[in-house]
Structure formats: structure tokens, C-alpha cells
Design a binder for this molecule. Sequence first.
Ligand code: F6P
Length: 434
Amino acid sequence: MNFSIKNIGECRIPSPLLDRISDEGFNYISETNRIYYDIYTENQKPDKDQSFELAGPRKMIHFNPTEVRSAIVTCGGLCPGLNNVIRSIVLESYHIYGSKSILGFKYGYGGLKPDAVVKPIELSPENVRDIHKVGGTMLGSSRGGTEDMEKLVDTLEKMKINILYALGGDGTLKGAHTIAEIAMKRGLDLAVVGVPKTIDNDISYIQRSFGFESAFTKAVESISAAHVEAEGAQNGIGLVKLMGRHSGYIAAHATLAMNDVNFIFIPEVPFDMEGENGFLIHLQKRLKDRGHAVICVAEGAGQELLKKEGADVMKDASGNVMLDDIGIFMKNSISRYFKELGIEISMKYIDPSYIIRSTLANANDSIYCALLGQYAVHAAMAGKTDMVVGQWNNFFTHVPIELAISRRKKMDPNSRVWHNVLQATGQPFVMVNR
Ligand code: F6P
């Protein structure tokens, strides 16, 4: 694991923060300020290489803030907090560094194509003033646009952009990494800094991506509704499907937050529907004992149960495999099962879908976004590149993009947190037939 952060050049310019904020007692960060990746004492053979560089303002920076030209792009699916991060970057650049040239590329990486129909816009404190009060992104977003990365760098070079802030998840960061590499090869004075966006919380080496907390907070409303509906009927079943393509964090955290869910299914944990230890028999037992049940299923769960022989694998513009609908499959399977047994049930199916990601950032996410934006500007002004700002053990960190995209963060079925979830539901640890 390589934790070292690249820099596009030397830092010879005193930070303007020295003038703006009293130097005395101001908490500047140096490259030797690091925190360990692994904090378990029993594993400690202190190895400074296995540690994150701390985020924060540097005394000496690379870019002259009054000359540097920055740009922001938001990519991939929408996520709470995008506008908050854009606003924070603009305000930090303008008011703290005195850097006033910031462009916003429209509709994701596609907006950097030389033939992009919608041209970038100038960003200023004026036009970002109220954007944090609405969900989505003022810049628009899109998947893909990364077919010819050289061309995107041509645009950045032509427009004399020195800093690109890329707000996005896995796919966006892969794109940002390629842009940083091409820029380095061309010898451009261009720093690329990512900000970790995804409601799925599936970026490795970052404890939480922005938007995740707001999304699962919104999802709690669906679980609450499912519980009310389930309790309000004899043999009532509330079935909730939540987003989470490969990682079940949204479902798991919404489940922990409510403590009303009796069965949870996530992509990381396989299960059987039928059979002596399958889900349906446990559901039947639960209805017999308690008269109602709440089920929460992440969209990527149980895909192996839905596979059709010889069916084409469809992918979206980001290269993600398009999933089959586990929610509807479960709904139909449950109905069929109890019908065959002659047991009457009352099932309510709730799929909040995009409602959980088009929502506003909640208060805690808003703070997180504001700070990530500030730390992204500190890093970029110091010329750091090919990195993403993150958080680890509650410290803000710099993570090499290559490391962040090296594997997807997934819920470990043997982890304490998954066991906490199972304890909250009371479901069997394993629902697979032997
Ligand atoms: O990647 C984040 C996410 O919210 C996933 O949970 C979900 O599968 C996906 O986006 C859906 O987005 P879209 O419909 O834009 O592909």
C-alpha cells in the first residue's frame, strides 16, 4: 500500500493565510504530520510508510493564489452535499486564499470535451451563495465522458487550468487519476484533487464519503413507514429496497438507526430464499411469533438468485453492471410462498429510490462537506495532485487516488459492525442451506 502523495512542484510561495490569520498558534500542517492506517495496538510495529498524510493548510504553497486558475467538475450519480462542497471550495479559494478564477464544468467529464455543447461557467461567492440550500449539483452531472481522456486534458491545457477539483465516487476518481497522470507526463502545472462523493460509502481508505449519512438518514423514513404499515395489519410485512450497488452500508446504517428491521440483505452476504434455512421459512416463523415483519434489502443483494442463463450483461455509462430488481423479486417470491401455504399476508413494498440521494445534506454532512472543501483547497494550493481528501479515525487526510480506487470498500461479514446489525435485527447469522 503506497500512501505517498505526489506534488507537481516545489512550494516556494508563503501561504496568504499567514497574513489573514495570525501565525501564532495557527495549526499549520507539515508533511511529517501523519496518522497510522492501522490503529490496533496489537498490530503496531510502527511503520511510518503505512500512514496517511494529514490534510490542512501548509505554510508554503505551490501556486500563486492570485494567478492560479481552478475548475470544479461533479460526476456520476447525484449525492447530497455536492452543492455544499462546490460552495466551500469557491468561498475558501476566494475569501481565504484570494484566488478568484474558478470555473465550473457542466455535466461531468463530458463538459471537458472539446466539443461540449454546454460551456463552463464562472463561479463566484455570488452565484454559489444559496446553492447549499438545495439538493443535486448546480453544475449538473453525468456518468461516462471518459472515452478519450487525452482530449479532456487538452481542454484543461488550452484553458490554462492549474487545479481541477473532481467531486465523485469510484468512476470519477479513476478518471481524475488518469487526468493527473496525463498532465504529469505532459509536464503541466496542473493539480488534480478529488473529493469523495457517494451515498454508497464504498470508497476504500476513507471512513465515510460525503452524502452517505444524509442518504441513510432519509432512508430511515422508509423503514419507519414500513414498520408502521407492518404493525398495522395481521401478518403485515413491510419490505423496503434501498440503493447500494455493491456495498450494503446504506441498508446497514438505516437498519441500525431504526432498530425496527427484522431481516436485512446486503450484496456482501449471500442468502437462499427457499429451503430449510432459507429466508422464507424464517419469515414464516417470525410472522407466527410476532405477527409482523420488516425487511430491508439493498439493491445489489441476492443478484445470484436472479441470474438468467445466457442473459446479456448490460452496463451503464460508468461501466457498472445494471442490476436486476431484487426488491420486486422478493416481493413476488414472498407473495407466492404464503399463497401456496394458504396463509394470508398484507405486504407493503416501499422503494424510495432516488429520493434518498436527491435530498439535502443533513447538518452533519453539511459540516463534513464544508471541511472537505476547505481541505481540498489547502491541498491543491500546495500543489498536491492525484489525491483525494478523506477522513480516517476522524482526522482529515490525503489519500493517493490509486490507493482509494485499488479496491471497493465493502461490508465485511465478519466485522463488528455487521454483527451489530445482525444483533439489531435478530435474524439468523446465516440464511444459506448447507
Ligand atoms: O452509485 C451510487 C448509486 O446511488 C447506487 O447506489 C445506485 O445503484 C446508483 O447510484 C443508481 O444511479 P443511476 O440510476 O444514476 O445509475
